[in-house]
Design a protein around this ligand. Structure first.
Ligand code: NAP
Length: 315
């Protein structure tokens, strides 16, 4: 019987961190295998214009940026496979990645699984998710709300960006935030709050998405946290933009994670873990910066560390 293939480097995830790690390890002739999850290209593919990625003075479309990065990784020999890692065994070498009925074996592993949108959990949200009016992606779904009123929930850069993007289509955008000032950067906050189509709904938490019996969003009930008063915003679309949850669950028993599920790297490194040859990169391991460029930087660090580890341990 032939020995099962042991990969030099398996990279899990195709966002900025994973694909940057792929470019570096492929250029180092390590023949990396990238396992691709449910959102190829990661979060940037759901963003419109990226204005702060270095080297693009006019901004760059998020999808195009990721498409270019993928082509760059493929050019140097990166292999891509669709696979969802469900569990791991890092207790011995080679490391084992269990993906359904198949197990991938690897000398080094770079986990770059990113983060998924956080949901509010209010009644109606889950029932009306998808084509029924609740969504987490204005870039994907904004055009369906031409001349309609919509609500965005959240107060960070994502919420401000979603609200501004939606002004292209919607007749009015309510930006519902639980405090009286936005967490978003100054420039984004100013753009959102001063836009004539954006109406701020301060100090308010969402209570219920209305429309379950009809199967389509008919309104968003919100409660003012100072007065306790409830009102229904007459919207047809609800865009949830309240941050993200790291995709670390399949690895959490083998590696250190904090109370919110973010990977905690080994002391003295951003990307090394307590398991030799296993690295973390990008939003699954970074709750502080969470930028495309910092994710790419971590992917680069993990790739260089993996390359050195293989050189020392006979890759
Ligand atoms: P975020 O900065 O964590 O903001 C989440 C927002 O949702 C906060 O305003 C928070 O309120 C609110 N929130 C959280 N849980 C809530 C709940 N259960 N109910 C109601 N509101 C809730 O997340 P983000 O906006 O997705 O941004 C993530 C990172 O990506 C940030 O570092 C951001 O700068 C970056 N980003 C950058 C850009 C850009 O530069 N163009 C664009 C998008 C994102 P509180 O403020 O009260 O905590």
């Amino acid at each position: 019987m032939s020995n099962p293939t042991v990969e030099n480097v398996v990279i899990i995830g195709t966002g900025c961190a994973g694909l940057t790690a792929a470019v570096y390890t492929a250029r180092a002739n390590l023949n990396p295998l990238v396992l691709e999850g449910p959102l190829p290209g990661g979060q940037l593919t759901t963003t419109s214009e990226v204005e702060n990625f270095p080297g693009f003075p006019e901004g760059v479309d998020g999808f195009q940026l990721m498409d270019g990065l993928r082509k760059q990784a493929a050019k140097f020999g990166t292999r891509f496979e669709q696979a969802q890692v469900q569990a791991v065994d890092f207790s011995a070498l080679p490391r084992k990645l269990m993906c359904g009925d198949r197990t991938v074996l690897a000398r080094t592993v770079i986990i770059a699984t990113g983060a998924s949108p956080r949901m509010t959990g209010i009644p109606g949200e889950r029932e009306l998710y998808g084509g029924k009016g609740v969504t987490t992606c204005a870039t994907c779904d904004g055009a369906f709300y031409r001349k309609m009123e919509v609500a965005v929930i959240g107060g960070g850069d994502s919420a401000a960006e979603e609200a501004l993007f939606l002004t292209r289509f919607a007749s009015k955008v309510y930006l519902v935030h639980r405090r009286d000032s936005l967490r978003a950067s100054k420039i984004m906050a100013e753009r959102a709050t001063s836009h004539p189509k954006v109406q701020m709904v301060w100090d308010s938490v969402p209570v219920e998405v209305e429309g379950v019996p009809q199967g389509a969003v008919s309104g968003l009930r919100v409660r003012n946290v100072k007065s306790g008063a409830e009102t229904v915003l007459p919207v047809k679309g609800v865009f949830v933009a309240i941050g993200h949850v790291p995709n670390s669950a399949p690895f959490a028993s083998a590696l250190d994670v904090d109370e919110n599920g973010y990977f905690v790297p080994a002391k003295g490194s951003q990307v090394r873990t307590k398991v030799p040859g296993v690295y973390v990169a990008g939003d699954c391991a970074d709750h502080v910066y969470r930028q495309a460029i910092t994710a790419a930087g971590m992917g680069c660090q993990a790739a260089i560390d993996a390359e050195r580890w293989l050189a020392e341990h006979g890759g």
